[in-house]
Design a protein around this ligand. Sequence first.
Ligand code: HEC
Length: 172
Amino acid sequence: MRYIRVLPIIIGLSILFGLAFSGLAVAPAFTSSITEPSVGLVAYSLSEAKGRQIYAREGCVYCHSQQVRSVKADENLAMSFGVSKSGDYYYDRPHLLGTARQGPDLSNEGQIWRRDIGQPARDYLIGHFINPRNYNPMSIMPAYDYLSQQELEDLTDYIQSLGAWKIPQSPS
Ligand code: HEC
């Protein structure tokens, strides 16, 4: 008698799993926000794309996230930069969202260390990559002093591109 109940349970679970899978995995792939880039987002330049590869290779993603969520913990980030949308990641394949924040979220780092403020921002970023302890004595971020000058430049281009496209362009 007891064994007869197993079949409905298996069928029930399969239906539940199927519904969850279509809702979470299949449906989002067809929504327009994921197939269209966010307004203002531009493709990476060659050096930014190279920097992105270095970012992935060096494991920056293990300590830095690139996502602002609509949850209480991200309230301040959301207030300053807005919540991330799927279209923000249009050119990120694979994405580098990250799941941990040993260091700060970097999705808007290009707004903080803007290109248009010139050398101080670049000098700071490169100097910080070479040895974070020179700027924050207690920093646990590894020193990337073994990267070549070109790699440091590309990485900096990439970091300065993050979220920079959200800065409103003044009509010229
Ligand atoms: C072991 C964890 C860890 C790894 C790996 C790591 N970081 Fe960090 N990062 C941190 C921490 C902690 C901070 C905050 C303290 C500081 O500024 O050094 C930070 C800060 C930063 C900042 C912000 C600096 C500022 O003052 O605004 C940038 C940009 C950054 N990291 C980029 C990178 C890049 C690029 C990589 C990979 C090449 C990387 N991080 C790898 C932990 C890490």
